[in-house]
Design a protein around this ligand. Sequence first.
Ligand code: ADP
Ligand code: MG
Length: 549
Amino acid sequence: MAAKDGLGAPISDNMTAEDIALNMKEISVAEFFEKNRHLLGYENSSKAMLTIVKEGVDNSLDACEDAGILPELKVTVKQLGIDRFRIIMEDNGPGVVEAKMALAFGKMLFGSKFHRLKQSRGKQGLGIRGAILYAQLTTGKPAKIRTSTGDAKVHEFELLIDTVRNEPKISAHTTAPNKERWHGVSIELEIEGVYVERAQSIHEYLKRTAIANPYAHIIYNGPNGVLKYERTTNTMPKHPKEIKPHPYGIELGILIRMMATTRSQNVRSFLMGEFSRVGGSSADQILALAKLEAGRKPASIANDEAERLHKSMQMVKLIAPPTDCISPMTETLIENGLKKELEADFYVAITRPPSVYRGNPFQVEVGLAYGGKLNPQGAAELYRFANKVPLLYHQSSCAITKAVEEVDWKRYGLQQSSGGMPVGPLVVLVHFASVWVPFTSEGKEAIAEYPEIIKDIKLAIQDAGRNLASFVRSQRKSREGQMRRQLFERYIPVVAESLEKLTGKDHAPIEMKLEAMVKAGKLIIVEPAEETKTETKKAEPAEDEGADE
Ligand SMILES: Nc1ncnc2c1ncn2[C@@H]1O[C@H](COP(=O)(O)OP(=O)(O)O)[C@@H](O)[C@H]1O
Ligand SMILES: [Mg+2]
């Protein structure tokens, strides 16, 4: 203890190592997020409402897709007081089994998705627990959860999270007979919130979710009425496959941990069994380069040996990871989704071939909607998606935004703001799908700026941009043609009178004939002079991929 003077007061505030040691104790993850709720997207009351709905809807869509069930979702937001709301989220998914109910909703970092390399909306095992914790922090009320797997019973229980121990606290649990054999999950939370219907709102989130997931039927019963997002296809997306990690993406620490816990008998079978694209001969090449014997037990590999092994894994030429683990939205569904929610003149969608960053397969898709009723003023709207989830916050720090701003939009007939965003009646949709989305934070709002990712997004935009450019050009041409026709129409009386003087025939029938010819489009109005044409040619986009690189 620090020294005291005669009266028992500390002489100095300095602490000894022993004082500090007395204060050392484990921090529960739930307590950590109780203090840092902003990390999960709960920094203010309006964003909190959106985050809750997002976590619930993401889980429902993940569960329905895993089970091959066409999603029927119902989101209800009821205002109870000035800043009090009840949010209910219900799905028709597979439900949660009784043995896992409490943990699935009441213990943080406990989930079914973290340990598998498979495309899904949730991953970390925090999402819905964050929402329950927020309700508990702001109103003290437990979450009311109803679930059934479609068997004879529906379970209803009330749950709080014991944050000190990171354990569920069930305050009531009843069961009711399940005559209709209902299956799914319903979560009811009472929270403090602020309701908005502007840009970053539940409305906007559901609208964009409907674009990306057109096989889902979503009913939103909000404080200002009911909104329905109808299903436009009954075809569920291709089921994403789970894959093993690829050697190029593994970090040294993870390799060491994997070797310490593997069941493989020797390091050769470990490489072949736990990584994708490592066959017998690749394993032998890696081991020869690392100067390790094939029969060594993985757990016996020392750290310096592991470092050599890790380096060799990056040096041997291997096939890229399999890409059937990715479930894209597809060009047809993107176009349909944009057409359903936006009134534009032109739509185009591009799905790139899959690519790889840090050994993780990913795929980029871009959709553009242009003209029509889209806002012609100011910067284009950017719709960002990661694994079909709309990202509404942190736009400026996202790889998608960076890629959009790095594209030279002038090549595609559009203006560009000084920051780089295209200007005009345009919506740019970008979807990034991967078995592991490199989010910049636990709130899952922005994608980290890996060069491989930015490059692929730019290539997709350039591809879509070339399609847009031909539309913009033909639209501009027809507009210019129309203007020239209108100009000529104004001069018809003058031309007719001149012709009367030249030919001696009456101007009135000449005038009528000229007007009829303009109307029928039979009059060819001369294009602009040659010099102007060559000038525009120079500014045309280069047609090769990566022209912006
Ligand atoms: N609506 C639901 N239907 C079925 N299972 C669910 C549902 N919501 C949550 N779960 C289960 O609870 C787990 C925890 O969810 P969550 O806290 O959002 O973490 P994450 O989605 O990141 O895994 C999920 O991994 C899933 O297994
Ligand atoms: Mg989740």
